[in-house]
Design a protein around this ligand. Sequence first.
Ligand code: ADP
Ligand code: MG
Length: 551
Amino acid sequence: MATVNGATLMARSLKQQGVDYIFGIVGFPVQGFAADAQKAGITYVGMRNEQAASYAAHAAGYLTGRPQGCLTVSGPGVIHAFAGLANAKQNCWPMILIGGASPVYQNGMGGFQEERQVELAAPYCKYAHAIEHVHRIPYYVNQAVRHSLYGRPGPVYLDFPDDIIRGECSEEEVVNVAKVPEPPRTMADPAAVEAALSALESAERPLVVVGKGMAWARAEDEVREFIERTQLPFLNSPMGKGTMPDDSPLSVGAARSTALREADLVLLLGARLNWIMHFGQPPRFHKDVRVIQLDIEPTEIGANVPAEVGLVGDGKAVVGQLNRALDNRQWFYPSVTPWRELLKGKADANMAAVQPMIDDDSAPTNYYRAFKDVVEWLPHDAIIIGEGANTMDIGRTQMPNRAPRHRLDAGTYGTMGVGLGFAIAAAVTNPDKPVVSVQGDSAFGFSGMELETMTRYNLPVKLIVLNNGGIGGGLHPVPEGRAAPPGNLTYGARYEAMLEALGGKGFYVEDPKDLRAALDGAMAVDGPALVNVALNPRAGRKPQQFGWLTT
Ligand code: ADP
Ligand code: MG
């Protein structure tokens, strides 16, 4: 009678469920399993730290629309990957963490790297379970993938003990399961759809906020039709960027603060009123703002601010409902209103305020001057990764996105260090697209060793490090007799030379006049390239009325 072992059955089950990529690090007890995954047709990417691997896995999940895998050794390996689980949970992105585990028959005995992995993973997951029989592996993989994908997406955990990996069962015993179909596209109550449109018609200063939930839902065609037909002013959230093109004339991204503060009605499409949206509360929002909310997660409706209308359902399906309901109405938001004029005036003023910095050619450069060359050089279809405090915030305002799911950043959790893992995921899952990562020197450092991964797989990632020698900028030189500030990093550190040493191509730019040539040189390279740009440590953002995320 034919038998199958746990490793082979796990590989087969993952492939059956559309897990096409696994990012991980091998060791006890999973070394053989990674090779079995390759045999089953899964692309395995061997990384240098489980943290970066776990970041790569959920970025790959967001980009492909199915949970992708992260594989770790037992104990410390699993713990390192919790960083990615937590980040995925906050971002509402799918992933499946497969944690090697010490053998079940040693439970409680103090086995090698023994840890209560399922228990510890649970708070960061939608679903966490140990596999206790070889023949039930397909059952658990089906469960895990379904939980990850359905409803609000998120991470899941499977504990994969050594004796299950090596254990065998007969093929007849194997539990048969179906492939988890695409998530059901649930629709909203038709009465709520009408109520939402009536509310919009009654608003004087309406605003649509497009979040990354819509990018995840692949709702771009519906959202574009809706905005086009209603002519409503809109704002993309940081990773919602590109769902509506940033260069649309209806975008009020350049007047973000004013748009949020003065809107009398906000239609939230797959975006939460959390810290990124300033909780929907004064002083960043109008105290009487009316809120209409579309979300797949019912408990999100009314969070932080009561919602006048809740549209619970899948973003693509529900915006489709809104569009169909528009057929019976002759309404669109007029082209000339005081609201549009206010927003236009503010956007123009904001752009004028940064122009002197864009035009400032002094060396070392400021952020805006550096981004000027980056923007002119960026291919329109690039997947852009941004992280670092000022680097990410200014980059978000300066680098436009024209397509959905082409912007990855620190996200809902504000995680620094995701960049290299995200860039690897983008390059592996989108081999036909340019991948550009713009990071601060601090953000870069968290996972800098992943340069070796990029070089080993010859991934054509173009990395730009805006290097101001510190976390939020360093103090250089440090005055005699004074301790260096806690956020200081080495000013002028040659990060590009690290990549050169590993076999990639590096460029160091001290004067902005040399930046464009370096960027062109990087793009001409077949594999990874890093452009290390010395930044004036005192360069910052234009003065802000409020703290984070203001333009
Ligand atoms: P952003 O950071 O872009 O504002 P958030 O992560 O705060 O976005 O919010 C995204 C929201 O999208 C979450 O509340 C999530 O439940 C929701 N969401 C996820 N998938 C879908 C979907 N298919 N349809 C509609 N909403 C979704
Ligand atoms: Mg820095």
